[in-house]
Design a protein around this ligand. Structure first.
Ligand SMILES: Cc1cc2nc3c(=O)[nH]c(=O)nc-3n(C[C@H](O)[C@H](O)[C@H](O)COP(=O)(O)OP(=O)(O)OC[C@H]3O[C@@H](n4cnc5c(N)ncnc54)[C@H](O)[C@@H]3O)c2cc1C
Length: 543
């Protein structure tokens, strides 16, 4: 054990490990990159996080770099949960749900609580946090906040940012900051503090005032680009009130270490009426999806028919699926109105519309049948876990925002990209939030396929931006996508984001390399030569 690890072990109530096997376990997340950390810290209490941060800060003051990467479930798809210094793992001890105020629908908890654990606990009270990502069983609330994650219901319920009430954050120097919306007077008081917190309030308010026009014109747009620190646009309201929460949400552990949170919850409706519509042609499905969205379903998923054809080949059967749909698309949708009549009405209207568009539709308002139908969405999980030896589906293209108005052109261009690189690119995603993913099957042991990753990513980023989309429509840009995403962001905006980061983290100790451009050579050196999701296999048979 190194001297530093030993020193930290002596001073915190949690644990520190430098064991090679443990460091290897934490050297990957769910991205296609790998970096082995120097040590893994398991904080037991907030004070442990403070001590680690303060220690790294003091080292930095003396010119030594020891970076800190906060980590929850490690399911990040962009290499944001790996780093070379300290991995600060929240899932061992920081897993308590402290209190629930059912009346106000607020819940206070630690960042290492798995999102599904939180929702399971809330369900006992008829509540949930609806922004849960698909990975909720093996990803934490802290990770979801840091990535501003979104999920199946986000098209109607918003992203994690919409469900965060307050954060407690350990700053780079070990101080604590508690976020909340404060009025002008309180802002002025905090700006007067002679601490890092005071400096943050002074600087961030100054940046917002100095860049008002830029923020208004280029960041506070209808559809927010998830790259950088776009939450800056939501910090200060017209009435002068101020809240750093939106800036910290989505910051991927680069502005502070989340040590406690208060989440908002909402009533849960477990009764969904579900329909599945299979189309022989992609064009017809796109058309229908557009119309169907106007009926305001709770969710609406678009899934390339090739994923069903591949699932059939693996022995799955689908009541709604026939030969010939491989060239088409399947739409899966649900209505979750609290009134059964409203659910049935929604479903009926949808069926009529879809049949008129030539779809083969199956639907049900019976809970058990509806759940079985909704499980059709699992074909995407099946796809990301190929069975053939050596095959894998690294997440190169997950979570891009593609506007509906350009969707058709985009899918045509995507097919061109696929044939140019001799891969298949079957698209799937959330129509209501316009967030789509696609995963090619590659063999990472082959140098050619490894080289393809960054080529595909670069060309895909251009494709998305050329169709007025954003590469980062869900989650963050992390390490893997930062260079490709920032290429499409104006220099004045990236300069502003740099100043934000510099304010919170002047020595660059927090998740260095994440949300920062990296040269191609470094990225290539971090590429994994195997990729699988067995780390999460206990939660899903398809991982
Ligand atoms: C199969 C699969 C499906 C997925 N589906 C979705 C989806 O539907 N929607 C979606 O948005 N994402 C999805 N993801 C991506 C990922 O699961 C989510 O972003 C998830 O919320 C990350 O949580 P985590 O606990 O695993 O975070 P980690 O991977 O551990 O970390 C993610 C980021 O958060 C930071 N972080 C973690 N904890 C803290 C903390 N306490 N303080 C500060 N920063 C912290 C890390 O430094 C890192 O930058 C999916 C991933 C997989 C593998």
């Amino acid at each position: 054990m190194s001297k530093i690890a030993q020193y930290l072990n002596e001073h915190i109530s949690g644990e520190v490990s430098t064991k090679p096997e443990i460091r290897a376990t934490f050297s990957t997340d769910a991205s296609f990159l790998a970096i082995t950390p120097e040590m893994v810290v398991y904080p037991r209490v907030t004070n442990d996080i403070r001590k680690v941060a303060r220690f790294a800060w003091q080292l930095a003051e003396k010119g030594h770099s020891l970076t800190i990467t906060a980590r929850g479930g490690g399911s990040d798809l962009t290499g944001a949960a790996i780093g070379k210094g300290i991995i600060l793992n929240t899932t061992a001890h920081l897993t308590h749900i402290f209190e629930l105020d059912v009346k106000q629908k607020l819940v206070r908890l630690q960042p290492g609580v798995m999102f599904k654990t939180l929702n399971d606990a809330l369900q006992l009270h008829g509540l949930h946090v609806p922004s849960a990502p698909i990975s909720a069983a093996y990803s934490t609330v802290g990770g979801a906040i840091a990535n501003n994650s979104s999920g199946l219901l986000s098209g109607t319920s918003g992203t994690t940012l919409d469900w965060v009430h307050q954060l407690e954050v350990v700053l780079a120097n070990g101080d604590i900051l508690q976020t909340e919306r404060i009025n002008k007077r309180e802002l002025n008081r905090r700006k007067g503090l002679q601490t890092l917190e005071g400096e943050i309030y002074r600087q961030i308010d100054g940046l917002i005032v100095d860049n008002e026009q830029l923020i208004h014109d280029k960041i506070a747009t209808d559809v927010v680009d998830g790259a950088g620190y776009a939450g800056l646009a939501k910090v200060k309201h017209r009435d002068g009130s101020f809240d750093l929460t939106p800036l910290l949400v989505g910051s991927q552990g680069t502005l502070g270490l989340i040590s406690e949170v208060i989440m908002k919850a909402d009533f849960i409706n477990r009764h969904h009426a579900v329909g599945v519509a299979a189309f022989e042609s992609r064009e017809a499905a796109r058309d229908a999806a557009d119309e169907l969205a106007k009926l305001q379903p709770t969710y609406l998923e678009y899934i390339d028919g090739r994923l069903f054809a591949a699932a059939l080949a693996r022995g799955k059967t689908f009541t709604f699926y026939r030969d010939g749909f491989a060239e088409g698309t399947v739409l899966v949708f649900g209505f979750a109105d609290f009134s059964e009549r409203a659910r049935a009405r929604g479903l009926k209207k949808a069926e009529k519309l879809l049949q008129a568009k030539g779809a083969f539709v199956t639907s049900s308002i019976d809970q058990t049948e509806a759940e079985a139908l909704a499980a059709a969405r699992e074909v995407t999980a099946l796809h990301i876990s190929p069975e053939a030896a050596g095959d894998s589906t690294p997440p190169i293209f997950d979570g891009a925002y593609i506007p509906l108005s350009r969707f058709e052109d985009f899918t045509i261009a995507l097919e061109e990209l696929a044939s140019k690189h001799h891969v298949q690119l079957p698209l799937y995603g959330n129509v209501l939030s316009s967030v789509y993913s696609v995963r090619p099957v590659l063999q990472l042991k082959k140098v050619g396929d490894r080289q393809k990753i960054l080529k595909l990513l670069a060309e895909y980023a251009d494709l998305v931006e050329n169709h007025k989309g954003h590469l980062i429509g869900q989650g963050g840009e992390g390490r893997a996508k930062a260079s490709f995403a920032y290429k499409h962001i104006d220099d004045d905006i990236t300069a502003l984001y740099d100043q934000v980061r510099q304010t919170f983290d002047p020595y660059g100790t927090l998740n260095a390399g994440v949300k920062q451009t990296t040269d191609l050579k470094t990225l290539v050196s971090q590429l994994r030569d195997t990729y699988d999701m067995t780390a999460f296999a206990q939660y899903s048979p398809y991982n």
